[in-house]
Unconditional design. Structure first.
Length: 763
């Protein structure tokens, strides 16, 4: 099949919107099939719509993955869509609108509204962003507009926006030249495809048609509108000299080049120059110069690039002709029928290092699989071999079985099969096809039925959880004495809370004690209860108060049911005055009251481990506890939540938190306490009930399996949601509502003198 032979099919589009037909949340589908997999990570095939703000029909689109032609969106039949703009720039007005909205909100503007007026050619003709109670307006003129209409619109909008109208222009609007003549400069907006999406850039056009590009984050807002750095540093200059070069505009997407080689000279506007083989559609190849903006990545000589933005054929006064372009987009294939004479240079493969020794490879596999096993996850064989610098093609199926047998050797009945965590890409979770061969190689059995293999696989993949929850009380007492195996941050917070209870000469139930730390009692196994209380009172010596005496059972006057076991684990010995644990209880209670009489509560914020965690700022560190409590409450209600809810619980607004802030907070949320072993960030959803885009980054930071394909990442997310719902379910709780977001509850009033959660907390 000839690559791109059916590119003119109007049912195939490159942009869509997420969630619903009228959404203003755009997405761009990368051309290459490898980037397609990254794009689909965390998304489902039912998320995409031919948006009405794109001039589309509003129907659902399907994301199509191809290896021999461009990946694209396709309508689901029957197709009755009159959308005319389908290319990668067809949603640029939405990208620009959202970027301006977020930029203004970061500067403190709350009431920001964005509209996309239809000036006759569709809703992409202009972007209008209103703020300061709609008194001010940023107008981005995307499409062409007659000069008289432009002048009339300027007068009309100036009358209705007393705070000022700030005009700027898109890449296809010729009015920027008029703006330069009238005010000495013009603000331009343009989008470029970078890292699988469309990035927004702001340009400053000065006399002479040179445009200096920067990011919106580097600009500032003044009474005159958007001010890029180029205008801040600009000094008054005399009137420009007559132009010293001649330029002719060229039509976009009609010229391509390959074999680019950088040359030391620079363009007049600071861009970079390259020598390349250039071909215009329907013409012959010639060697020419290509000028690109300085921030554009250097074109690679083994790829073909198409000039997709505005371009000019330039003839400077003392230099040969060259083509000055704003954007150059790499094509996914090494040939193209529109430019048949362009032949890229061969890609030189890097020399590959020799493969490591097999015993070292087995040791590294074992270490990685132990990490996967502890996190109750799975890993693709293709991902596992990458940890030893190899590829799947380096191993036969027999090699794979031999290596995994070595990983699990020698095998004893009390050990799980680490190889159970290995699966093949594109396969659903479950025993891998080669797992039975691994078992046979370990001598477990050569004639196991499919059901027996499945049982062994399930036992191995959940054995870490089972062993943790079925440890004997003596084992938990030992961990309390040694300080290992128990979450020390949770212990520190429990100890502090019990001292507060002692100072008030009170007692507290186990359920309420955990609840004040943001942990539901159902998330802590009963066997863990003893270990935590022993750790609270460790190290212990005769005469030291036992704070565990302040923990009580609901409706019972005496000590907690594990109080006697706590004393025994601490090394307490009966005496004539206190021959039993029941007799020792009032003595230890009063001793705790006396010890707390002159105790001053330390600041919990000062010792919070999250304060030193990578990624958290001084502004976000205090939000971790509130977000964790909100997620536990959501799990108890059996719902997922979005950042609207979490930001309200933390006492802030969603617009003030970047994706980096949100990711760091969620990583810290799961960093402590770890006694439940749950992945609470799995309950967080994005706009339109989609997964948050940084879910894989959270898995990586928490040392969980990551780098998975979208379908596998979705399965991990759903499994973790189910575990969270199950762990935090209370009697009579409704069935879980997948990807449902409730509105945030208003903060509860806090009592003076004691920190309280930002909302009602169960227990």
């Amino acid at each position: 099949m000839t690559p791109f032979a059916d590119e003119e099919d109007t049912r195939k589009v490159q942009t869509a919107v997420l969630g619903r037909a009228g959404s203003d949340d755009p997405v761009f589908l990368p051309y290459d099939h490898d980037e397609f997999d990254l794009f689909m990570r965390g998304r489902s095939r039912d998320d995409f719509y031919c948006g009405t703000l794109l001039g589309g029909c509003g129907k659902q689109l399907s994301a199509k993955r191809y290896t021999e032609k461009k990946c694209h969106f396709a309508h689901r039949p029957p197709v009755h869509c009159r959308r005319t703009a389908n290319g990668e720039s067809s949603a640029d007005h939405l990208y620009i609108g959202r970027a301006l909205q977020e930029w203004l909100r970061r500067q403190g503007h709350r009431q920001v509204t964005v509209t996309y007026p239809d000036l006759g050619a569709g809703p992409g003709d202009a972007v209008e962003v209103r703020f300061e109670s709609s008194h001010r307006l940023i107008r981005v003129q995307m499409g062409r507009l007659p000069l008289r209409t432009w002048q009339a619109d300027r007068d009309r909008l100036a009358r209705t926006h007393p705070g000022g109208v700030h005009w700027s222009y898109g890449p296809d609007s010729g009015l920027a030249h008029n703006e330069v003549e009238e005010h000495g400069h013009a603000i331009r907006f343009s989008c470029r495809t970078e890292r699988g999406t469309r990035q927004v850039y702001v340009g400053t056009q000065l006399p002479g048609h040179a445009v200096e590009w920067t990011t919106l984050a580097e600009c500032r807002l003044t009474a005159d509108g958007v001010i890029p750095p180029a205008l801040d540093s600009r000094k008054p200059e005399p009137l420009p000299e007559p132009p010293t070069q001649v330029a002719f505009p060229l039509q976009a997407e009609r010229i391509a080049f390959t074999g680019a080689v950088g040359i030391p000279e620079k363009q007049a506007d600071g861009g970079r120059l390259y020598e390349a083989d250039v071909q215009s559609e329907g013409s012959a190849v010639t060697r020419a110069r290509i000028g690109l903006p300085s921030q554009t990545p250097a074109p690679r000589p083994h790829l073909i690039y198409a000039l997709t933005g505005t371009a000019d054929l330039v003839h400077p006064a003392e230099s040969p002709w060259y083509i000055r372009a704003e954007t150059a987009t790499p094509l996914p294939h090494r040939t193209h029928p529109r430019w048949p004479d362009l032949h890229p240079a061969a890609l030189t493969e890097p020399t590959r290092p020799p493969m490591m020794a097999e015993d070292a490879m087995v040791a590294r596999f074992r270490t990685k699989l132990e990490q996967i096993h502890r996190s109750h996850g799975l890993i693709n064989w293709e991902t596992l071999v990458a940890h030893v610098g190899a590829s799947p093609a380096d191993f036969t199926s027999a090699d794979r079985v031999r290596l995994l047998v070595a990983v699990d050797s020698p095998h004893t009945p009390d050990k799980p099969f680490l190889s159970a965590a290995v699966k093949l890409a594109h396969e659903a979770p479950g025993p891998a096809p080669f797992f039975a061969e691994v078992l046979a190689g370990l001598g477990v059995g050569k004639r196991l039925t499919e059901g027996e293999v499945d049982r062994i696989w399930r036992d191995s993949t959940r054995s870490a959880t089972d062993r943790r929850e079925t440890r004997a009380p003596e084992a938990w007492a030992e961990t309390g004495r040694t300080g290992t195996g128990v979450d020390q941050e949770l212990v520190r917070r429990l100890r502090r809370e019990l001292m507060l209870v002692a100072r008030a000469r009170g007692r507290i139930t186990w359920k309420s004690l955990l609840g004040k730390q943001g942990v539901l009692h159902t998330a802590i196994p009963e066997t863990t209860r003893l270990g935590l209380l022993v750790a609270v009172d460790s190290p212990w010596k005769q005469g030291k108060p036992v704070l565990s005496a302040l923990v009580k059972d609901k409706g019972r006057h005496g000590p907690d049911k594990v109080f006697g076991a706590v004393l025994k684990a601490l090394g307490w010995k009966p005496s004539a005055g206190t021959p039993t644990a029941d007799a020792a209880w009032p003595v230890e209670r009063d001793r705790a009251y006396a010890a707390a009489r002159n105790w001053t509560a330390p600041s919990i914020a000062a010792a919070k481990p999250g304060a030193t965690r990578r990624g958290l700022t001084s502004r976000t560190v205090g939000m971790v506890d509130a977000v964790r409590r909100a997620l536990i409450q959501a799990a108890a209600r059996q719902v997922c939540v979005g950042w609207n809810t979490l930001a309200a619980a933390a006492g802030t607004e969603m617009g003030l938190l970047s994706d980096t802030d949100r990711c760091a907070i969620l990583i810290a949320v799961d960093g402590y306490p770890q006694a439940d072993g749950l992945l609470l960030p799995s309950l967080v959803i994005g706009p339109g009930h989609t997964p948050v885009p940084y879910f894989d980054d959270i898995l990586r930071a928490l040392n969980r399996p990551h780098g998975l394909r979208p379908i596998e990442l979705g399965q991990v997310r759903k499994n973790e949601q189910a575990r969270a719902f199950e762990a935090h379910a209370e009697p009579g709780s409704p069935a879980p509502r997948e990807d449902h977001e409730e509105k945030p509850s208003p903060p509860a009033p806090s009592r003076p003198g004691r920190p309280q959660p930002p909302g009602p907390f169960p227990g």
